[in-house]
Design a protein around this ligand. Structure first.
Ligand code: COA
Length: 424
């Protein structure tokens, strides 16, 4: 399975430049640009698979809606996947499976999220009342449906970024991991600062701009969204140290500065069978060598999934961590990345949690998230996975390094890891 190309919209803090675009519209923009920039004809696409975490109530199959938004042929079958923050990774591996099975040669995959446009639901009590009202055939049935109405029923129900099983938010779960793994506030802030510095350098040195398509900003379309607007060039350790903990105000260490922000954006990737890519004379950025998913008990360490998935992905690729020259880890929180890195290097974790004799190994910071990560760049849940695949594929070509590893942690205590091999 060959990665041919990938692009994304700029990732913008929610409530800012992209707030008037829905996830479907953002996805449409990313996919339309991908198709145009990759010189692909819509009729060549066998399938479109797309991810989002908080689907639209009126357009829940985002993949099919993206086909329409991107003005692609309506004959393209399209399916949507939800796997929390690994949604676009799942879309990509579903696409890879279709190609491996010989069911498709050309698949567009990716994901989008608008955290500026989340559905806010009525209470179940009020929704049931509305249903009864819509079924009422006469005035007396209508009156009955409305009887006993209490204004409290109208209080809105926004989606929570929290585990249903434990009630803990992602941030509270990151706090738990920081405490249980002894990850200090200083280490988290240093990691976050490095993420911003590397992302800023990635933009300044011309590495990230070619991966990003500018988006005209509605409603006036006079302005263009061109860069990731969460990157803080002026941040410092002193400023970060002053920020109050958000998720455990008294004893916590996870702050707005060392967390990924709520973000809007979309990404898209073109995958092809190797045979088809070669027959069409296409440049192959990378080959997908292997992948793995993991799941643990959400009551344990919720965001430790990469430490479980990475060893399996490496085994499946027949590689060791020492064979890997570049690593892209999704940064939900600095505490989460640092906890995962600790687990990668821990003999105890390997023995007790993985049933392995030895630790996976230490990741050299010099090969990790070279152009920043989700803390600085932002994290539109459904879009991040495809950003990682694009950046890592391009980086393998640029650096000449043969193998890269990427990992994603996700709500539900899920994890993902993928091994890519340079294509050229
Ligand atoms: C952590 C979180 C609650 C913070 O939200 P917020 O309060 O809107 O964050 P802000 O950007 O306004 O930052 C708060 C303050 O920190 C400051 N700040 C944030 N990052 C900073 C940095 N790197 N350097 C310096 N200051 C920083 C801001 O300037 C702001 O200061 P102000 O209050 O003086 O304006 C929100 O980003 C969040 O929920 N993140 C986690 C999302 C999540 O769970 N994702 C799932 C992951 S799997």
């Amino acid at each position: 399975m060959a990665v041919i190309a990938g692009w994304r919209t700029p990732f913008e803090r929610s409530g800012t430049l992209l707030e008037n675009l829905t996830a479907v519209e953002l996805g449409g923009i990313a996919v339309k640009e991908l198709v145009a920039r990759a010189n692909l004809s819509g009729s060549e696409i066998d399938e479109l698979i797309y991810g989002t975490v908080i689907p639209s109530v009126s357009r829940p199959n985002i993949a099919r809606e993206v086909v329409f938004e991107a003005a692609l042929p309506k004959s393209i079958p399209a399916s949507s996947v939800i796997m929390a923050c690994a949604s676009s990774n799942r879309a990509i591996t579903d696409a890879a499976e279709r190609i491996a099975l010989g069911l498709a040669d050309v698949v567009v995959a990716g994901g989008a999220e608008s955290l500026s446009d989340v559905p806010v639901l009525f209470s179940r009590e009020f929704a049931r009342r509305l249903m009864r009202l819509s079924r009422a055939k006469n005035a007396s049935q209508k009156a009955k449906a409305l009887s006993g109405f209490r204004p409290g029923e109208l209080s809105p129900n926004p989606p929570a970024i929290a585990e249903f099983t434990t009630g803990l938010s992602m941030g509270e779960s990151a706090e738990k991991m920081a405490k249980e793994n002894g990850i200090s506030r200083e280490a988290q802030d240093e990691f976050a600062l490095a993420s911003h510095r590397k992302a800023a350098a990635g933009w300044d040195n011309g590495i990230l701009p070619p991966e990003v398509v500018p988006v005209p900003v509605p409603p006036k379309f006079e302005q263009m969204a061109t860069t990731d607007n969460n990157i803080r060039r002026d941040s410092s350790l002193e400023q970060l140290a002053k920020l109050p903990p958000v998720f455990d105000k008294k004893f916590g260490s996870v702050t707005a500065g060392n967390s990924s922000p709520l973000t809007d954006g979309a990404s898209a990737i073109l995958l092809m069978s190797e045979e088809r890519a070669k027959a069409d004379g296409r440049r192959i950025l990378a080959f997908i060598r292997s992948w793995a998913y993991s799941g643990v008990d959400p009551g344990e360490q919720l965001l430790q999934g990469p430490a479980y998935a990475a060893p399996i992905a490496l085994d499946r690729a027949g590689l060791k961590l020492s064979d890997i020259g570049r690593v892209e880890m999704h940064e939900a929180f600095a505490a989460q990345v640092l906890s995962n890195l600790q687990a990668f290097a821990s003999e105890k974790f390997a023995r007790e949690k993985l049933g392995r004799q030895s630790a996976l190994g230490e990741i050299d910071p010099a090969i990790l998230n070279l152009y920043g990560g989700s803390i600085a760049i932002g994290h539109p849940f459904g879009a991040t996975g495809a950003r990682l695949v694009t950046t890592l594929s391009n980086e393998l070509v640029r650096s000449g390094v043969q193998f890269g590893l990427l990992t994603v942690c996700a709500a539900g205590a899920l994890g993902h890891a993928m091994v890519l091999e340079r294509g050229e």
